[in-house]
Design a binder for this molecule. Structure first.
Ligand code: HEM
Length: 241
């Protein structure tokens, strides 16, 4: 899904990235045990950005579910696998956050990366149509963490590509919804083997496209590719004004 070009920060609260991060650190709430249960490795929990307000890794994004944050959770549906603990708010942070110590919630993290599946033709088509997340008019969002089964990961790259596009038309379906839906894909699998999901998929759009987004997700869930999804939680969010 997302390539490096999509790395614009997902401004959730109108604060600057730095004040966003600092403000968020003060009110982030996650149970230590729960964080461990979700496989948040302490080695990955960097604290403040290194210098000058720049994140340690500009491709790293952290999603924190809790009682505060720039996005209000309007629904949380477990599609398959274990649910996530119910939270009221989600904050999207560019970079890492310190380990929160109190309250209930979760932390998920992932990195944007290069494309694995796109052909040149598809890449060009995507670049011509897509928008980056964070448009001021996009007051609706979806955060859909996804894990794929061991059977998927045992396939070779060409076998995965065939399932992903030739059989499932993931890109062909998705292209129809651009630029109304903006997307950013975060990979978790290479951070640590114990990450609870393989991907954190993030989308934003204005209210008028909320029904279209439902259609898109429904179409993808009917595909061969989705038979390999063994954990999926669909969180729908509305920007806190
Ligand atoms: C908005 C329209 C969409 C477009 C244009 C789109 C496009 C893409 C593209 C091009 C990739 C492959 C990137 C690569 O080459 O590695 C991808 C991957 C992915 N997309 Fe989408 N997508 C869309 C919607 C969705 C939705 C709604 C979901 C979730 C419900 C989703 C979940 C994923 C996942 C999990 C991957 C990673 C697959 C893997 O590496 O195994 N996408 N998407």
């Amino acid at each position: 899904m997302s390539e490096d070009a999509d790395n614009a920060a997902f401004e959730s609260s109108g604060r600057s990235p730095e004040s966003n991060r600092r403000g968020f650190l003060a009110d982030a709430i996650v149970v230590g045990g729960l964080a461990a249960g979700l496989g948040v490795p302490s080695s990955l929990i960097a604290s403040e950005p290194a210098q000058g307000g720049r994140p340690v890794n500009p491709r790293l994004f952290t999603f924190v579910g809790g009682r505060s944050g720039g996005w209000s959770v309007v629904s949380a549906e477990t599609i398959i696998g274990d649910p996530l603990p119910v939270v009221e708010r989600v904050e999207v942070v560019a970079g890492a956050v310190s380990t929160p110590t109190a309250g209930e919630g979760w932390i998920l993290r992932g990195v944007t990366s290069n494309g694995r599946y796109v052909t040149r033709e598809e890449k060009v088509a995507l670049e011509q149509k897509q928008a980056a997340v964070g448009r001021p008019t996009s007051d609706h969002a979806a955060l859909i963490p996804i894990r794929k089964s061991a059977a998927w990961w045992a396939l070779t790259q060409d076998e995965r590509r065939e399932l992903f596009e030739e059989k499932s038309r993931h890109i062909a379906i998705g292209l129809k919804y651009l630029p109304a839906i903006a997307r950013r894909l975060h990979h978790c699998r290479d951070l640590n083997e114990s990450e609870p999901f393989d991907f954190l998929t993030l989308f934003d759009y204005s209210q008028e496209y909320a029904a279209a987004f439902d259609d898109l997700v429904a179409a993808l869930r009917e595909t061969e590719e989705w038979k390999f999804v063994d954990r999926e939680v669909d969180l729908r969010l509305v920007k806190v004004t």
